[in-house]
Design a protein around this ligand. Sequence first.
Ligand code: GN1
Ligand code: MG
Length: 353
Amino acid sequence: MKNVLIEKAADQFLQTERREIAPIGHGLIHHTYKVSNLSGQSILLQQVNRDVFLRPENILHNYDAIYNHLSKKGMDRMIPRPLKTREGQLFWIDEEQGFWRANEFRENSFSPDIASDEKAAWTVARIFAGFTQALEGLDLKKLQSIIPHFHDLSYRYSRMEDGIGTASMDRLLKSTHVIAELRQRIKLVDFFESIRDNTGYPDKVMHHDAKISNILFDKKTGSVICPVDLDTVMPGKFFSDLGDMIRSMACTVDENSTAWEEIEIRPTYYRTIVDGYLEGIGNSFTDLEKTNIHFAGLIMIYMQALRFLTDFLESDKYYKTSYPEQNLNRALNQLILLEKMEEFLKREYSFSY
Ligand code: GN1
Ligand code: MG
């Protein structure tokens, strides 16, 4: 990207004399920068990926709605304050149609990639649940669906079937095992369809990318500052955030690992994540949602396997890869994790579907 465009965008939001611009984070979707002024104050500037976010203005629409709701409750410190441009807008579009937004930068913070212990996993789960809980009462009609069908399992399943129909022979042959295993688990899609329009599973505000690397911690005290990466905040179902945390924190290795024998569920982490979530969510979960809580991890691991495989079948258009079969390996990693999760739930909770 051209430096001059980054500088122009920075000056729109910073509004004081700029000292430096530094790229930060290792997000795969957007470009993110820390911009500081002469007195050392900083903002977080982001260029939104327009291939993934077709209506990027909806990100700011939702951000504004949730920020106002939290402000009314005196809870606006729960998320970083959005910043406006010189013209008082929440976003700015450069001459090459680049879409920019910014928010305050919280100093002396860090985001870990993995949960170092059960306590951290518990805290992260409680924070994401508390986020949903704090937004209870916000009229969901005021929010946009930022990425339509984002966590819609039926859609993700049919996207895989479409991918099978259009894949190259080479990619298809490499995928046969994963395809067969994923097709065998279509009952998870049936469960999803049974809850989709069921009043026992009401929509609520979900973060939709709930993982420890999207929580800011204080460098000095180690305590939580706030959740970040709020660009997929929109109405969703009960399983999204809890399921993503189970997927990313209750496993022994991450989604890029090909050490197949090492992929396991960590029982104590699973329990603390569920406990922390239930503590934070309070009465925002219905009895039905609580009864079916073990579906959360299963659905999200299954969905991620479908998404990685679909992207492999479609020649790696969505997820960045660093070697040719990475998306297939990611799908296989998630499939193994799913099998481990099924065994674990049967053994520990006599739960099967
Ligand atoms: C993407 O890039 P990141 O980590 O913020 C994806 C998530 C997936 C995740 C898998 C907008 O998130 O849904 O779970 O990769 N975000 C989008 O690693 O598609
Ligand atoms: Mg994200």
